[in-house]
Design a binder for this molecule. Structure first.
Ligand code: FAD
Length: 334
């Protein structure tokens, strides 16, 4: 079989507790662009138990076709049955491209599948493009600590596979009532010594906010001077109806928790408004926020790189400017 015989852009449609993860919709959005460039269609691969009803949701976000493997063995994610199922789908349908979310599940599954189907995998991509001439997928990701962007190809094997972190790609606006062609793929699961038996699932209760869902983020950096000054960011965020985020420097200093860190080793965010307070704009930080709709930077150093990506900049002491801004917003809104 030649490489040209592999067709279609496939997306692993991750679901947990029969709820599709947001990254799957984002990947379908990107897959639509790639499929248009390749003259092919977008297929979502839905694995789970009693999940067939989720197919329409995938169609609403742009999937032309949904391949479902519905089996009790796939009720809770474990590596081996999901690998067997994904492997079977790839063997049967021969896709050209397969995308996975760089979630805990995607990061576990994609390398296993790539080894089993004897192809490559590029992890944590920030950009995916089809080369106009060769039609190969160009997969770009930060390398060497984020100091360079490496573009990786997989010209000799199929499918071309990549993982992409949540928040990097954009989902399309859902088309209500859209329907996809749904095909069931039957897979035989034979228990072997690689199978893990899940005896119980105990969910961690967390009251933490997810900064990826916030429309407005007020983000603090080392320029705040101390952890206590995050209180003024909280006040500004509350006045704006937003949430607080942070650079890695503040996480490393123990001022804030890691779950609000933005950047290459934190989360990728794309809010409507990102206010960077005392953040220099290191490349690893920009990687997580530069796609925000509107960026306002406050920094006392007018040459700080954050101003290169900011739509508006305020040069001055963040600890003086933030309380003034908060007061102004409160009085203007009141
Ligand atoms: P600094 O770079 O120290 O900048 C502080 C800024 O505050 C300066 O621009 C200064 O002019 C300004 N300032 C100081 N005082 C005031 C004041 N009173 N008023 C106004 N402005 C003031 N970083 C991340 O953020 N996220 C990541 O995910 C991440 N991942 C990384 C991964 C790797 C492999 C590596 C090597 C690094 C990573 N980093 C990450 C770290 C990154 O390189 C920077 O060190 C970090 O982003 C700097 O944080 P900062 O901007 O808060 O601090």
């Amino acid at each position: 079989m030649s490489l040209q015989d592999y067709k279609g852009v496939f997306v692993f449609a991750q679901q947990v507790d029969n709820k599709i993860s947001g990254v799957s919709f984002e990947l379908i959005g990107k897959a639509k662009d790639l499929a248009a460039d390749l003259g092919t269609e977008v297929t979502a691969v839905l694995l789970g138990y009693n999940v067939k009803d989720l197919a329409d949701k995938l169609a609403e976000f742009g999937a032309d076709k949904v391949i479902v493997v519905d089996d009790k063995a796939l009720e809770v994610y474990t590596t081996e049955p999901y690998t067997v199922a994904m492997n079977a789908v790839i063997e049967q349908y021969k896709p050209d491209v397969v995308l996975y979310g760089a979630t805990a599940i995607g990061r576990d599954l994609a390398p296993r599948v790539s080894a089993r189907v004897h192809t490559g995998l590029t992890a944590d991509c920030t950009k995916l493009e089809v080369d106009a001439e060769t039609k190969n997928l160009h997969m770009t990701r930060p390398a060497f600590g984020g100091n360079i962007m490496a573009t990786i190809k997989c010209p000799d094997h199929r499918p071309q596979m990549a993982t992409v972190r949540p928040g990097v790609m954009q989902k399309i606006s859902p088309v209500a009532g859209a329907k996809a062609v749904v095909e069931e793929c039957s897979v035989t699961f034979e228990k072997n010594n690689k199978y893990v038996e899940v005896i119980d699932v105990i969910k961690k209760v967390s009251d933490k906010i997810n900064i990826q869902d916030a429309k407005i983020l007020v983000s603090g950096g080392r320029g705040l001077g101390c952890g206590e000054n995050f209180k003024m960011l909280r006040d500004l965020a509350d006045a704006l109806g937003g949430e607080v985020a942070s650079s890695r420097a503040c996480v490393d200093a123990g001022w804030v928790e890691k779950d609000i860190q933005v950047g290459q080793t934190g989360q990728t965010v794309r809010p409507n408004l990102y206010i960077a307070c005392g953040i220099s704009g290191a490349i690893q930080h920009l990687a997580g926020m530069e796609e925000s709709d509107l960026i306002i930077a406050i920094n006392k150093d007018e040459t700080a790189p954050i101003f290169d990506v900011a739509d508006f900049g305020i040069v001055g002491d963040v600890t003086k400017i933030v309380p003034i801004l908060t007061e102004k917003i409160k009085t203007e809104v009141a």
